[in-house]
Design a binder for this molecule. Structure first.
Ligand code: PRX
Length: 570
């Protein structure tokens, strides 16, 4: 068995077994000022607390993109987020109201998000690549009252069809008139900088809604509460290994859970300097970002590492990456080959971490102080019990494949699926367990090994895509009669989206039609939902109840046996 031993060093998690045996979440509460004051608000703990504790002049945010290069201290972020809080208060945002943020990655996104949390709102970040239908579905389901966006992105917000949306705050020059629209610049200028707008909340009050995909139905609003901070903070220590002087870069966008839990909350709860780079991925841009900011801890994803692995080896040699001391990955299986390549090129181990939107924070991880088995996701964090179970909830012995499940009750667990209790309950169908939907096994040393999803959810470039949403959109195209969507294995992206379609009478399949359908999905849903491959079939395999059998489509694609076809229509 290939094992990468830890480098000698003084790490936040010193002895895994000992910590696991003696740990309780109660102790973590003492870190936060609410343990003394009884008053809590995530935004206070991530920003204001550091000013109160004398870290006001420390760099909190190093932001850059192609046009901007800015530094904000904790004291400056405190002022700005206070202003944003007053801005929201002035437009009557109340505790529990949903404030959505549909923005490119800029300082204004981070300031708005924390300002909204300060007034007790439940924030909903939307990925900037979303198109009209994806935006509408999320604003509609959440009944968002306020949206912060830019004039450019506003064209994708069908606000006339959203009766609950009272106010749209526009970041950047605009010509919109009407009382629905307010200008971010003007409102911020008019807003006070004191902290009297802060709304103290309870640990179980709502913090954030992240929409994510399942295999059926519309995107689900995963609802997290302030209490998640316990786990954000503690995994920031144990897993990210954050120390006072670290400069940390998480490459994820806040539209996805990694970009909030580990792009905002974990680093700032730990008071470290946080790097945000706007714009798109390119190997040179990323290496330059690491070099220029003297990044020490870098959290990214397998697709990005695979793309870096595929670039000319001369590229990385142009940069001085000697400050980087810790690398981590999340979102999809991290191939052993990538770990080996990383060890060779960066002289560091890449630490895989496993968790989900629903879990709110890391659960199964590799640690600086522990051996790594390339291909394994690692071991559960202390304070969390993970297991491989069968359908009856019985724990399986080492090396047997089953459901990857977590004993219920960890601090950052989602508290509901927005307005959808039956969906929430589905996760807890086996008593006492949260069932992840992933299949895995555990080895005799307690390391977990990912084997696959046991539903049809697609993971393309680390983004979770529900086939149902794409199928529904495909059949809205006038030429498409039926559609079935699957994930097809891909070297770089993990999976790509492949659609099988049948056509309505009067249409004939052609390359032009294919491109037209791809453009349709891109314009209506989002670029990351576009099927890279489309295959025409006269008929799709369906059950007698009319459900398209994705399992059969997958078997066709992989030239595998189709298995039990007893429910097939004909
Ligand atoms: O299938 C697992 C995969 O991503 C799913 C969760 O996706 P999402 O909610 O978008 O969250 C991604 C980032 C937290 C999981 O059910 N996944 C996540 N991490 C890993 C992984 N698959 C293999 N290895 C991982 N480390």
């Amino acid at each position: 068995m290939e094992i990468l031993q830890p480098k000698k060093g003084d790490y936040q998690l010193k002895d895994y077994d000992q910590t696991r045996d003696n740990f309780s979440w109660e102790g973590v509460k003492k870190v936060f000022s609410w343990s003394k004051t009884g008053r809590v608000n995530m935004a206070h703990e991530v920003i204001d607390r550091h000013v109160e504790e004398g870290r006001g002049d420390k760099a909190a945010l190093l932001y850059s993109d192609a046009n901007r290069d800015e530094m904000y201290t904790f004291a400056q972020l405190k002022e700005k987020t206070n202003q944003a809080a007053h801005m929201f208060k002035n437009i009557n945002v109340q505790k529990g109201d949903r404030v959505f943020i549909f923005m490119p990655r800029t300082p204004e996104l981070y300031i708005s998000l924390l300002g909204a949390i300060k007034v007790g709102a439940v924030v909903g970040p939307l990925f900037e690549a979303f198109m009209k239908d994806a935006v509408k579905a999320r604003l509609e389901d959440s009944e968002a009252k306020v949206l912060v966006t830019t004039p450019e992105l506003l064209t994708r917000v069908p606000h006339k069809e959203l009766p609950h949306l009272e106010t749209i705050i526009l970041v950047g020059p605009h010509n919109e008139t009407g009382d629905k629209f307010v200008s971010y610049a003007e409102e911020m200028k008019a807003a006070a900088t004191d902290d009297s707008a802060i709304q103290w909340v309870d640990l179980e009050d709502g913090l954030i809604l992240h929409y994510t995909s399942g295999s059926t139905g519309k995107p689900k609003g995963v609802y997290h509460v302030h209490n998640a901070m316990l786990q954000h903070y503690q995994t920031g220590k144990w897993v990210l290994d954050l120390n006072e002087d670290d400069i940390y870069w998480c490459t994820a966008d806040p539209g996805w859970v990694t970009g909030t839990s580990y792009g905002i909350f974990a680093p700032w709860l730990n008071g470290v300097t946080n790097v945000v780079r706007g714009g798109r991925f390119s190997p040179d841009d990323w290496y330059a970002t690491l070099e220029k900011n003297k990044v020490t801890v870098w959290y990214s994803a397998p697709t990005a590492f695979r793309m870096l692995m595929a670039t000319d080896p001369a590229t990385v040699k142009k940069y001085d990456l000697s400050t980087v001391r810790h690398i981590l990955s999340v979102g999809e299986p991290l191939n052993p080959e990538v770990v080996r390549w990383g060890y060779d090129v960066y002289k560091l181990r890449i630490h895989d971490t496993w968790w989900m939107t629903e879990t709110g924070a890391m659960l199964i991880c590799n640690y600086q102080s522990e051996p790594i088995k390339p291909g394994s996701m690692g071991k559960p964090i202390p304070g969390v019990e993970a297991a491989i179970i069968n359908d009856k909830g019985e724990e399986l012995p080492p090396y047997e494949m089953g459901h990857l499940a977590i004993k219920t009750g960890w601090p950052s667990m989602m508290r509901k699926i927005w307005k959808n209790e039956p969906k929430y309950n589905e996760y807890f169908a086996i008593k006492g367990w949260y069932v992840s939907g992933d299949t895995a096994y555990r080895d005799e040393d307690g390391y977990f090994w990912f084997q696959g999803r046991n539903d049809d959810v697609i993971n393309t470039s680390g983004e979770r895509v529900g086939p149902f949403e794409i199928e529904s959109k495909l059949v809205e195209h006038p030429a498409v009669a039926e559609a079935g969507v699957i994930g097809k294995p891909d070297e770089i992206r993990g999976q790509i989206i492949k659609a099988f379609i049948s056509l309505r009478e009067g249409y004939e399949y052609s390359e032009d039609l294919k491109e037209e359908i791809q453009a349709f999905i891109k314009n209506e849903l989002s670029a990351h939902a576009v099927p890279r491959e489309i295959e025409y079939k006269e008929k799709l395999p369906k059950t007698r109840s009319g459900k398209i059998m994705r399992r059969v489509l997958k078997a066709w694609e992989l030239n595998e046996p189709t298995g039990d076809l007893s429910t097939l229509e004909d």
